[in-house]
Design a protein around this ligand. Structure first.
Ligand code: NI
Length: 186
């Protein structure tokens, strides 16, 4: 198991389209497990491979929020084969846009076809929070963030704040870096 670095927006890598996996082999199965471990630690309820810099159509989700009764979902090449007309509104967040939330409207129920960790083709019909999360993660595979579903004004405000935060963090890292250098040379 290994922890992966989660890319924060704004970042061009989050806008790329991910490639399908040819086969869920041991490497992809391991990636799924590493992504789950990273997601649990964050903590979050979903994570996609592009968020950890790997442009492959792989997602993991667990909405159980219960450490003792985890319900991990691992999917490769997920596609929506049916979606309900009824919509469901939910206040979404994202590990790549920390501390920001916005209400997004998506189909309430979806049926998804995917490859599981054993490379078997499966279908899952989901609704509510699980359906929201799976659709949110699948969006990431096409370079779409939850803020792309809200008004431009709100999106720009969130991205501007994140961009500012990034610059600040970079500055602080540089500062602590030079302090270390002084300490080492003293
Ligand atoms: Ni996300």
């Amino acid at each position: 198991m290994a922890l992966l670095d989660i890319i924060k927006a704004p970042d061009p890598r989050l806008k790329k389209i991910s490639q399908p996996v040819e086969k869920v082999d041991s490497e992809i199965a391991q990636l799924m497990d590493d992504m789950l471990e990273t997601m649990y630690l964050a903590p979050g309820v979903g994570l996609s491979a592009p968020q950890v810099g790997i442009l492959k159509r792989v997602i993991v989700v667990d909405v159980s929020k219960d450490e003792d009764n985890r319900l991990p979902v691992r999917m490769a090449n997920p596609v929506i084969v049916w979606a309900s007309d009824e919509m469901f509104d939910y206040e979404e967040g994202c590990l790549s846009l920390p501390e920001h939330y916005a209400e997004v409207s998506r189909p309430e129920k979806v049926r998804i076809r995917y490859l599981d960790q054993q490379n078997e083709i499966r279908e899952m019909e989901t609704e509510g929070l699980l359906a929201v999360c799976l659709q949110h993660e699948m969006d990431h595979l096409d370079g779409i963030l939850f803020v792309d579903h809200i008004s431009k004004l709100k999106r720009d405000t969130i991205l501007r704040k994140l961009s500012k935060l990034k610059k600040q963090e970079k500055k602080e890292r540089r500062k602590s870096g030079s302090r270390q250098k002084v300490a080492a040379s003293a």
